[in-house]
Design a protein around this ligand. Structure first.
Ligand code: SF4
Length: 470
């Protein structure tokens, strides 16, 4: 500055661009914005300087009326975007998205692909969708199931101990969620650390009932929750959503049977196809519940045909689905797996700012994560049932891994550990996304579907499309 004259100087790391202006527009606009601020504070300024450190060069930028008008227009647009309840449209096929830190949240290509009707162009087979987020997540859940154990912290490391004995430790950056099974306590300092790091603590009872989540204060995305509640009371939105998830769940159940029990289950597979064709035409949620039950009955009537336990034992006999409490080993595995999936979906919805307890297909009921139950429908067969088949058919779990009483059958500690391994391995497995044609883990697909559900609730995409496997 000299008196009331000021010249803003902005330093850039790179070299001078070789275009005629010797600078890029965003750089000139930033400089002009600084000039406008200086003017607001009483200075006179008619140009600024861009200093490119890479080539040790100064470039003078005149504050011409056109640059000033362009900057003011962009400022208005930025203010409007900051107060808007809808996300701005993503860029189309832009190279900028490749290095953008928001790409995993923004999902530019997926959002644009879902705006096409039908979502996948039939002419070329697939939308050209880039996967702009990692195929697998680096951080994983930390399970603690030792009864009487305590979780504490040392710096940024979680330490699990029982009495004087240390049972294990994990760096905070490697943990996506802390899952406590039964009587496990967590110190107040550790809860604070986890809340601050946005790592949820998930609580399951000893009987494997998923009953709660502890998490930091998340006040983001209030508009998404408002959109969720509006959609939940609007039949023109609940019905297509329910059709999508019933169809996806049924299709995935049918695919699993087809892959693992053909030709023995061919009759049921054909009957399921007939029922699935009706889903699109059903008039209300009650009718959809009915057909969902009918498809599930066909599926579970042949579930046993997919079981090939190494330790052949009458205990593996599976007749039908029973629960609360499960009464045989296969049902015990299914129930535990569904509880784990419910917590996975609850955490995914919470991180999107949605309310897991307010469903669109499953009706809200005290203590029931209804939206998580909605989201998990399409994943039940392909994540949990598939993990149960692997655990039994490869001998990871044996009939000695259960505790039985007259009324119930639950996994013991060894069985739980073995099944958690099978379940986590399944979540980590890569799958080709049928709409976007890229590979990512099942865990990522659950996150993706939760994010796309939020998009649909907000009105960014015209439909929620369930995830189906081929
Ligand atoms: S990923 Fe989204 S926010 Fe990032 S550059 Fe692309 S469109 Fe913009």
């Amino acid at each position: 500055t000299a008196g009331d004259v000021a010249v803003p100087v902005d330093t850039k790391r790179g070299r001078v661009p070789t275009n005629p202006e010797r600078s890029w527009e965003p750089e000139r606009v930033q400089l002009m914005a600084q000039g406008l601020q200086l003017r607001e504070h009483g200075y006179r300024t008619d140009h600024g300087i861009l200093y490119f450190a890479g080539s040790k060069t100064r470039v003078e930028v005149p504050f011409a009326p056109e640059l000033e008008a362009r900057t003011l227009r962009l400022l208005d647009e930025a203010r409007a975007a900051a107060t808007a309840t809808l996300l701005p449209d993503p860029l189309e096929d832009s190279p900028k998205c490749n290095g953008c830190s928001l790409s995993g949240i923004c999902l530019p290509d997926e959002t644009l692909a879902l705006r096409q009707v039908p979502p996948v162009p039939e002419a070329d087979g697939h939308a050209a969708v880039r996967r702009l987020y990692p195929a697998r997540e680096d951080a994983l859940p930390l399970y603690v199931q030792e009864q009487g154990a305590k979780v504490g912290k040392r710096g940024e490391v979680l330490v699990v101990s029982k009495g004087e004995e240390e049972l294990g430790r994990a760096k905070l950056k490697d943990v996506s969620q802390l899952v406590l099974l039964g009587n496990v306590s967590v110190s107040a300092q550790t809860i604070q650390l986890l809340c601050e790091a946005s790592i949820p603590v998930v609580h399951l009872s000893r009987g494997h009932w998923f009953y709660g989540v502890t998490q930091g204060i998340t006040l983001r995305n209030a508009y998404d929750r408002a959109a969720q509640f509006r959609a939940a009371s609007d039949p023109s939105r609940t019905l297509p959503f329910a059709r999508a998830i019933v169809a996806a769940k049924g299709a995935n159940q049918r695919t699993l049977l087809l892959r693992n029990a053909s030709p023995r289950a061919d009759t049921e597979v054909a009957e399921m196809a007939t029922l699935l064709r009706k889903v699109e035409h059903l008039p209300d949620l009650g009718a959809l519940l009915g057909i969902e039950g009918a498809i599930a009955a066909k599926y579970f009537s042949r579930f046993a045909a997919m079981l090939r336990p190494r330790d052949f034992d009458a205990e593996w006999d599976f007749r039908s689905r029973n629960r609360r409490p499960p009464r045989d080993p296969v049902n015990a595995l299914l129930s535990f797996g569904y509880a784990m999936l419910a917590k996975e979906c609850t955490v995914a919805l919470l991180s999107e700012g949605l309310d897991p307890w307010w469903g669109l297909f499953h009706q809200p009921r005290h203590g029931r994560p209804a939206l998580a139950l909605d989201l998990m429908e399409e994943f039940r067969p392909v994540v949990v049932d598939s993990a149960v088949l692997t655990a039994i058919n490869t001998g990871m779990v044996s009939t000695g891994d259960f505790v039985r009483s007259k009324a119930a059958c639950v996994l013991n500690e060894r069985g739980r550990k073995a099944f958690i391994r099978a379940y986590e391995a399944r979540l980590d497995q890569l799958v080709t996304h049928p709409l976007f044609d890229y590979r990512c883990s099942w865990r990522s697909v659950i996150r993706l579907q939760a994010r796309l559900l939020a998009r649909w609730l907000r009105g960014d995409v015209p439909a929620y499309v369930g995830m189906t496997t081929r």
